[in-house]
Design a binder for this molecule. Structure first.
Ligand SMILES: Nc1ncnc2c1ncn2[C@@H]1O[C@H](COP(=O)(O)OP(=O)(O)OP(=O)(O)O)[C@@H](O)[C@H]1O
Ligand SMILES: [Mg+2]
Length: 267
């Protein structure tokens, strides 16, 4: 079976050949199999978002090759990739259209990756489907179909953004600190919802987090980035039994740098 995603020797260099040159990703090699739920951790500026942006196509790659199910997508447009790759960002305002209602946003999500424009008006059969999907979130949002998204809380919006990202099963879902802007209680609700959606649909996922405990608790593979290199990559039972001190040890051993406990947790 072909892997869902393969990344070969990916480099990202910003402002190349200038005094401001910034070599952010330094030859990333990765193979992600179907159903892998990968948590990605690393300090500020380690290259986590740059990696996700490269996969989604919002950043052209400096060099390297990215394949989805064996097909080279390195030069494919963001729109074309978005048919297979969905994203959820940190800012709850990024994933939804603020002036549209909940059901209109969901209708938009049904068109992900298509060239066809959005026609206002939601079909009756779609409405029933949306209602059922919203009810499954367990947040009472099934009664808010006609509410403008902008009137909902950050947590409610992130829950809907997650639903939109998975409404049509993506080949790959990219989550970039999608609970970081939420209070701890809401963050936990959204995180649990994330885990439920990913496991139920057997999705292949990348989830960036700053929280080492979350990176350990969720997912079945953990990758740590440091200055544009992968310094830790654990899965299976090693991941299941991993503790924060062990993770810090691994980081120290592989990167040659001491990781301060608060370096990741408090940002
Ligand atoms: N579009 C861009 N143009 C120029 N430099 C960029 C761009 N995107 C990111 N960078 C730089 O690349 C480096 C890595 O940024 P990136 O956003 O990938 O880090 P990160 O690991 O996601 O960090 P954080 O935890 O702060 O979100 C930073 O030095 C950043 O300034
Ligand atoms: Mg980032």
């Amino acid at each position: 079976m072909t892997a869902v995603l393969t990344i070969e020797n990916l480099h990202q260099i910003f402002e190349q050949n200038t005094v401001n040159e910034n070599h952010v990703l330094k030859g990333i090699n990765l193979t992600i199999e179907s159903g892998e739920f990968v948590t990605i951790i690393g300090g500020n500026g380690a290259g986590k978002s740059t990696l996700l942006n490269s996969i989604a196509g919002t950043l052209p790659t400096t060099t390297g090759k990215i394949c989805l199910h064996g097909t080279d997508i390195t030069k494919k447009s963001v729109t074309k990739r978005s048919k297979d790759i969905s994203r959820v960002f940190q800012d709850p305002r990024m994933g939804t259209a603020v002036r549209l209602t909940v059901e209109e946003n969901l209708a938009l999500a049904m068109l992900r990756g298509q060239k066809r424009g959005f026609r206002s008006g939601v079909q009756k059969k779609d409405r029933a489907f949306f209602k059922e999907q919203l009810a499954s979130l367990g947040l009472g949002l099934e009664n808010r179909l006609q509410t403008e998204i902008g009137l909902l809380s950050g947590g409610q919006r992130q829950a809907i953004t997650l639903l939109m990202a998975t409404l049509q099963r993506p080949e790959l879902i990219l989550l970039d600190e999608h609970t970081a802007a939420l209070d701890p209680k809401t963050s936990l609700t959204v995180m649990e919802l994330t885990e439920k959606l990913i496991t139920q649909q057997k999705l292949t996922a990348f989830m960036v987090t700053h929280d080492m405990e979350d990176a350990i608790r969720y997912g079945n593979r953990l990758i740590m980035l440091h200055q544009g290199n992968i310094v830790v990559d654990v899965s299976g039972t090693e991941k299941e039994t991993l503790t924060v001190p062990q993770l810090m040890d691994l980081f120290h051993k592989n990167s040659g740098t001491e990781l301060k406990d608060d370096q990741l947790l408090l940002v």
